[in-house]
Ligand binder design. Structure first.
Ligand code: NAD
Ligand code: UPG
Length: 439
């Protein structure tokens, strides 16, 4: 099948590469000529394990192309995916300007009837709105059929999720369109649920909102565990053994971040509000998360009184491991707050350190060397559970730091290992560890 993908962000690039890997002829289009130039040189524009090799393989096999010209990229396409951003507006709602522009770009350039598939996360009703825009702008006689095919990949495991995902959702306006999409996706061998357009759009928001709810729930339990002397890791394990609950998304920490959960939960609250429905549960989920991103700083202030002049090593900038994405990372909240309180901040991230100055709105130093970050620090804060941070012996903190006081937002180490290392350790939902000598 000849396919065009509009947008080469995370979703567009992974979609284009994956569709070419299963044998389709794919052209990805982006308005950013710099991105397209890099992609044409075989350089992936996002950090995603396994993506680069797959991209190169399909470029070499002449199944995958990149262009910044809609006319060229859309020429002859039978199916066109829209995978542009839907960022958050100031009021929390989804900004559809890029999807609308992509629709106009398609309508102005196609010369034959096509199926347009919306992969971007869009509020219920958007697919029909987009179809109207295209119908108003296409040449006479050209028919556009529309389908919703939301994306469920996670950053850092996008290839795994695309080839081994739990389900593919296809919402379409008619059965024939749904069948074409099912056929395109058949080589993935993933169960397909075919549904109507509105339900498909809602499945995406409901899934993200539910996962965010699980995280805020366990974070509230963690905060309560701290007050009651329980250990949230034990509690999660004990809860998760019940198959009705499940183990996943019950890791307590410093709250969810990233390009999706914060914006999609806000958009769903807004969408509900527009239809005179107060989504109180989801509002609380968001509120709990906003507070959770600040709990480590609260613990630091409680421990030190003042942070003025303290040298703080922040370990991890990315919102999760295996990505260089800082969108809505708790680091964006924690670092400016530490600076505001007078701390001197040095940050470490193995991949995202280069992104720091672009995203962090406060003076801080950046390094890819963990020892350099820890050297002579008064305390350390763990923001991202990168494997190299988790693998580190807790004794390392005592070796490099002025005072080995660690605030761990990701519960990277067992309490037993920390006790053995004789460091002062504050994590989330677990007992504090304060060795006698330090006390
Ligand atoms: N990032 C994720 O992990 C993820 C996962 C699932 C779903 N989603 C959803 O997928 C959508 C895309 O997310 P993303 O993170 O890939 O977005 P992004 O903002 O990183 O990338 C969008 C790309 O589209 C390009 N673009 C914008 N308008 C264009 C146009 N008219 N023609 C051609 N190119 C155009 C931009 O230049 C940019 O490169 C969003 O709706 C998001 O919510 C994202
Ligand atoms: O038990 C957990 C699981 C996750 N997180 C945090 O939640 C955020 C999101 O993590 P994750 O879901 O792994 O990453 P994303 O790449 O944002 O993926 C989510 O958002 C995407 C965009 O919509 C969806 O496609 C995915 O299905 C959905 O998991 C990160 O800050 C994690 O640290 C926790 O705090 N505890």
């Amino acid at each position: 099948m000849k396919i065009a993908v509009i947008g080469t962000g995370y979703v567009g690039l992974v979609t284009g590469v994956a569709l070419s890997e299963i044998g389709h002829q794919v052209t990805c289009i982006d308005i950013d000529p710099n991105k397209v130039a890099e992609l044409n040189q075989g350089i992936p524009t996002i950090y995603e394990p396994g993506l680069g090799e797959m991209m190169l393989r399909n470029q070499s096999a002449h199944r995958l192309f990149f262009t910044d010209q809609h006319e060229k990229g859309l020429d002859g396409a039978e199916v066109i995916y829209i995978a542009v951003g839907t960022p958050q507006r100031a009021d929390g709602s989804a900004n559809l300007q890029y999807v609308e522009q992509a629709a106009r770009d398609i309508a102005n350039n196609i010369r034959k009837s096509v199926i347009v598939v919306i992969k971007s996360t869009v509020p219920v009703g958007t697919n029909l709105h987009i179809k109207k825009i295209m119908n108003a702008n296409t040449r006479p006689g050209i028919q556009v059929r529309i389908a919703s095919n939301p994306e469920f990949l996670r950053e850092g495991s996008a290839i795994h999720d695309t080839f081994r995902g739990d389900r593919i959702i296809i919402g379409a306006e008619d059965r024939e369109t749904a069948d074409v999409l099912e056929e395109i996706n058949a080589p993935f061998g993933i169960p397909v649920l075919k549904t109507d357009l509105s339900s498909s759009e809602m499945i995406k928001y409901a899934s993200n909102a539910f996962l965010a709810t699980k995280i805020s729930f366990i974070n509230e339990i963690a905060n309560l565990c701290e007050k009651l002397g329980a250990d949230v890791e034990e509690v999660s394990r004990g809860m998760g053994l019940d198959h009705r609950i499940g183990m996943s998304f019950l890791r307590a920490g410093i709250g969810y971040g990233g390009s999706c959960f914060p914006k999609d939960t806000n958009a769903l609250v807004q969408l509900a509000g527009n239809h005179h429905h107060e989504f109180n549960l989801l509002k609380s989920v968001i509120e709990v998360n906003n507070h959770q991103q600040r709990v480590l700083v609260e613990k630091m202030v409680a421990r030190f009184g003042s942070l003025k002049g303290k040298r703080v090593a922040v370990l991890g900038l990315a919102f999760k491991p295996n990505t260089d994405d800082l969108r809505e990372s708790p680091a964006l909240v924690i670092i400016p707050k530490l600076v505001e309180l007078g701390a001197e901040v040095i940050t470490y991230d193995p991949i995202a350190a280069n992104q720091g100055p672009r995203w962090i709105n406060a003076p801080a130093a950046y390094t890819k060397n963990i020892a350099k970050a820890l050297k002579d620090a008064d305390c350390a804060v763990i923001v991202t559970d990168w494997p190299d941070i988790k693998r580190m012996e807790p004794e390392t903190f005592a070796y490099f730091m002025k005072t080995p006081i660690v605030f761990d937002g990701r519960n990277c180490y067992s309490i037993a290992a920390v006790r053995k290392a004789r460091i002062e350790y504050y994590s989330v939902g677990r007992p504090d560890v304060v060795p006698e000598v330090i006390r």
